[in-house]
Design a protein around this ligand. Structure first.
Ligand SMILES: [Cu+2]
Length: 169
């Protein structure tokens, strides 16, 4: 949302640019005075069901925001791929929709699940087997990134419903 007005200010010359700076400063001030609180994020229960595909590996996790201000999950990085997507879909062979962001309301936990929103690691650079650990870094709009080592579970490690029929394209 910020990006389009910002580039318009730059194109529009010095007067518009000055107005842009003013709006930016006003926005920052109101955000600080509205809460005074901050998001406080943690990531837990991150794991990968046994991959059904060598080229697309799902990861799930729970992101908790214990703070009094919202944040937004804007992406996930990993050491086993340069392409990580966020998806939303019901599984069972249905196509997944790409999701750009996941809202993290204050005082709430958001579960990323196989049947809802989840993380999809595309074309991992090594084969992932049960017991392997994969480094995941969650990137947020406001808070500092959080990293976690997520295991590839055995069949017993994750709920059976999380494991079947997850296919893309
Ligand atoms: Cu997916």
């Amino acid at each position: 949302m910020i990006r389009q007005p910002w580039s318009a200010f730059v194109v529009g010359g010095s007067m518009a640019f000055g107005a842009g700076l003013f709006l930016l400063a006003a926005g920052t001030g109101s955000a600080a005075s509205a809460g005074g609180d901050r998001p406080r994020l943690s990531v837990s229960r991150a794991y990968m069901p046994p991959p059904g595909s060598a080229t697309e590996v799902m990861a799930v996790a729970t992101v908790r925001n214990a703070g009094g201000a919202p944040d937004t999950l804007i992406g996930v990085r990993t050491d086993v791929s340069t392409i990580v997507m966020m998806h939303e879909g019901a599984g069972s062979g249905m196509d997944m929709d790409m999701v750009d962001t996941v809202a993290l309301p204050a005082h709430r936990s958001v579960a990323l699940t196989a049947s809802g929103r989840h993380i999809m690691i595309m074309q991992p650079t090594r084969a992932l087997r049960p017991g392997d650990l994969v480094h995941l870094t969650f990137v947020f709009a406001r808070s500092a990134p959080l990293s976690i080592d997520a295991p590839v579970t055995t069949a017993a490690g994750g709920p059976p419903a999380e494991q079947g029929g997850h296919r893309h394209g």
